[in-house]
Design a protein around this ligand. Structure first.
Ligand code: ATP
Ligand code: MG
Length: 474
């Protein structure tokens, strides 16, 4: 198969020229070749040459006029040139052999064939020649083209060896299956089952990169189910596995919270590409196993799973090596609040309840509502319709209340400074108490959040605290 016509960017011809002049056998290799055949545009291009990738990169830089930055990674024997819209990565063909306790191989210089042998999957092991006599020819030793047709992830060599050598490849197999909507070849999948324990030698930083790519695929439940069936999920995210299963006592059962969570994740993924909102879906019921109780009258309950789940979030994020700052707090907040809109629907909706929710959710209220809608996984279409209509009602109430009271980004009109100067107070607990009481009064609807009413109420609170006005605000 000749793919010269697919190498549209002039950079390929340039590199071919340079490689010829340097006397280096050179190929485009890996993901870029796969993506050409899948018609997925991509901007990262890997070049492999039989010889020094760094020398080739230096010569290419020169021939491109020298204006693009070249980074050399001597330890890895690789070099990268960033052009206006492409990342060109150069590496010398290598042969790798592995030891048992590390994913760091012993690396030697090798041929193109050696280099293809060390790649993870047949679809990732294809190369396109940039050599003059065979420009554009596809080199596909393991039937990658066939696998693409059959939508199959398959290791080029024995799966067990491939996965034992570098266990990260197990995560990659599932990640590619999930991104590309491919099957995993049966022997390859069996290899993952057999080698799943070896994931322990992989750093969490690398695992989470793959897990996040699974989460960002169109239908992440597929990747999670593969992770679950092969046993990897238990290794990397046991809290999620703990959600699986149905208990029954006296004919009373609860739903399987693992499959429910995956459904919620798929639902939300149809509406958002935000990694953290998708993480909120994954985490929303995470504390159900820990809070599960059986009660003769009402059956199964999970009281407080939203609070407990919010408390579990930092620990899980820390262990998974997810960022601990704003993103974690955002997920934590959505987990904590995920039942509140439903509670609003069940009780008669009061303005003060709406105000409280708006106040607590702040700018994340729309994301919270999206999560709540995704959380409806009933098979009964009438029910689904009714629940969604209820949320519509809640939302229009929110719009009305927010218009009136502006609590979504609540800023008190009376500051601590004002309280201190009015009553001649030093910083201390009383100030905090008065501020809190003012906020409560606004949320409860006792007063509006505007100066006259809040000022009046502050004076009243001062009298209750036995304070004298030493310097009126006006
Ligand atoms: P994407 O960039 O979309 O994640 P990709 O296939 O380009 O997909 P990279 O991680 O960029 O993936 O790797 C580039 C190529 O390097 C792969 O196509 C594969 O040939 C090879 N490769 C990457 N990681 C491994 C690994 N752990 N084991 C074997 N080969 C690998
Ligand atoms: Mg890539």
């Amino acid at each position: 198969m000749n793919l010269a016509h697919k190498l549209k960017d002039p950079v390929f011809k340039t590199i071919s020229e340079v490689a010829h002049n340097e006397g280096l056998e050179t190929y485009v290799v890996g993901g870029y070749v796969r993506d050409i055949l899948l018609k997925r545009p991509s901007k990262d291009i890997d070049f492999v040459c039989v010889g020094s990738g760094i020398e080739l990169a230096k010569a290419v830089k020169k021939s491109l006029g020298g204006q693009y930055p070249l980074s050399v990674f001597k330890n890895f024997g690789t070099a990268m040139i960033k052009t206006d819209d492409l990342e060109l990565e150069f590496v010398g063909a290598r042969k790798e052999s592995y030891q048992r306790d590390s994913r760091k191989p012993i690396v030697e210089n090798g041929t193109l064939e050696d280099d293809q042998n060390r790649r993870d999957f047949a679809i990732n092991a294809m190369a396109i020649s940039l050599n003059k006599d065979s420009y554009g020819e596809l080199v596909d030793p393991f039937g990658g083209v066939e696998d693409l047709k059959e939508k199959l992830i398959k290791t080029p060599l024995d799966p067990k060896t491939t996965f034992s050598d570098d266990p990260l490849r197990m995560m990659r197999a599932i990640r590619f299956a999930s991104q590309l909507k491919f099957d995993i070849d049966a022997d390859t999948f069996q290899g993952i089952i057999d080698m799943k324990d070896r994931i322990k030698i992989i750093s969490q930083e690398r695992i989470i990169v793959e897990l996040n790519k699974i989460i960002l695929s169109d239908e992440p439940s597929y990747g999670f189910k593969l992770l679950f069936y092969c046993g990897l999920l238990k290794e990397v995210f046991p809290e999620l596995v703990a959600l699986q299963g149905v208990d029954s006592i006296e004919d009373k059962s609860h739903k399987d919270n693992f499959y429910h969570t995956l459904q919620v994740l798929d639902n939300i993924s149809q509406n958002t590409d935000s990694l953290w909102l998708r993480w909120a879906a994954i985490m929303h019921d995470i504390a159900k196993p820990a809070t599960k109780r059986f009660n003769k009258k009402v059956g199964w309950t999970f009281h407080g799973h939203e609070d407990k789940g919010a408390r579990m979030t930092p620990g899980i994020f820390r262990r998974l090596k997810l960022p601990m700052g704003e993103s974690m707090r955002y997920v934590q907040k959505l987990v904590k609040l995920h039942l509140r809109p439903i509670a609003l629907v069940k009780d008669e909706i009061t303005d003060s309840a709406v105000r409280r929710l708006l106040f607590e959710a702040g700018d994340d209220i729309d994301d919270l509502m999206m999560l709540c809608r995704a959380d409806i996984t009933s098979k009964n279409n009438n029910k689904v319709k009714r629940y969604l209509q209820n949320f519509d009602k809640v939302e229009s109430r929110m719009v009305a209340v927010e218009e009136k009271d502006k609590v979504r980004n609540f800023q008190p009109v009376i500051t601590g400074q004002m309280i201190m100067s009015t009553f001649g107070l030093k910083p201390g607990k009383t100030i905090g108490d008065i501020k809190e009481a003012l906020k409560e009064a606004v949320l409860e609807g006792k007063i509006r959040n505007e100066f006259d009413q809040a000022h009046e109420y502050m004076l009243e609170l001062g009298r209750e605290h036995g304070l004298n006005v030493v310097k009126p605000l006006r």
